[in-house]
Ligand binder design. Structure first.
Ligand SMILES: [Zn+2]
Ligand SMILES: [Zn+2]
Length: 271
């Protein structure tokens, strides 16, 4: 039965649909994330390893481990039901029209829901570079991989997000302006540019057409005092009537629900 995410996120705050564990680049076990989440009062928890990808990437789950991941989801579901519902999912990487949430491989997986996210952005030669992660690495890619053209990277990133929305096949749009985390360190004014805002407007209208839940990702809040998407875009999302899911994107049990309360209070204050 498909999970009615929109209904859950609009009726309770006690969920988290984005968490990483030992199956990808998370540093704690599924079991410890589940325990921490339950202690924090969650009644819905989704596990979302970075999906398998057909390129070398240390952050992504190996295809060979997918079955083991499903078995661990089933075991924890048994342990925590009925107090907390455990959902089996993946944060699926969009690499282009040949690899994304829409392809048969992911559509045929027994997932309760799917997150679609962009981390890899092709450079001018079509080489995919992982623009997520630390600024030091991004800065090197920008200089050597993207010929120093920051606007190119940002526009290319959003182009990937838009193409992913057009292809569909997923339920939650993950951290849709994540590129701004690194791009704004290279150029602090970038999110104030008119061309940038129109890219955000394009995402909002594509998300409406796609009928997805839009994530507010709280992973960077404690360290960088920002959410993805940035608070300045929340009005656009709400005016569009898009359901919003506040997710911690936890990679450690200690941060199972980090930043979520802050995001909820901000959401309530701008209502
Ligand atoms: Zn992500
Ligand atoms: Zn994630």
């Amino acid at each position: 039965m498909p999970t009615d995410l929109a209904k859950i996120v609009t009726t309770t705050d006690r969920y988290n649909f984005h968490a990483h564990t030992q199956f990808c680049d998370g540093r704690d076990s599924m079991e410890s994330i589940a325990s921490a989440s339950r202690e924090a009062g969650l009644i819905h928890l989704g596990f979302t390893p970075h999906s398998p990808v057909p390129i070398a990437s240390p952050c992504n789950m190996d295809k060979e481990r997918v079955e083991e991941f499903y078995e661990e989801c089933d075991r924890l579901r048994g342990l925590h039901s009925p107090e907390m519902n455990i959902y089996t999912s993946m944060e699926i990487d969009w690499l282009g029209p040949d690899w994304g949430p829409h392809i048969d491989y992911f559509q045929n997986q027994p997932l309760d829901y799917r997150i679609g996210s962009v981390h890899f952005v092709p450079n001018q030669d079509g080489v995919l570079l992982d623009c997520d992660g630390r600024f030091e690495r991004f800065s090197g890619y920008l200089k050597d991989g993207y010929k120093g053209d920051l606007r190119y990277v940002v526009e290319k990133y959003f182009e990937q997000v838009l193409m992913m929305l057009e292809r569909g096949g997923f339920d939650i749009l993950g951290h849709f302006d994540k590129i701004a985390g690194n791009a704004s360190q290279a150029e602090p004014e970038i999110e104030h540019q008119g061309w940038y805002e129109s890219l955000v407007d394009d995402v909002v209208s594509h998300a409406m057409t796609a009928g997805v839940v839009v994530e507010i990702n709280t992973k960077a809040y404690a360290d960088r005092d920002r959410f993805y998407p940035a608070v300045k875009w929340w009005d656009k999302l709400r005016n569009a009537g898009l359901p919003l899911a506040v997710d911690s994107d936890a990679h450690v049990a200690a941060k199972a629900v980090a930043g979520r309360e802050d995001a909820f209070s901000l959401l309530r204050s701008v209502e």
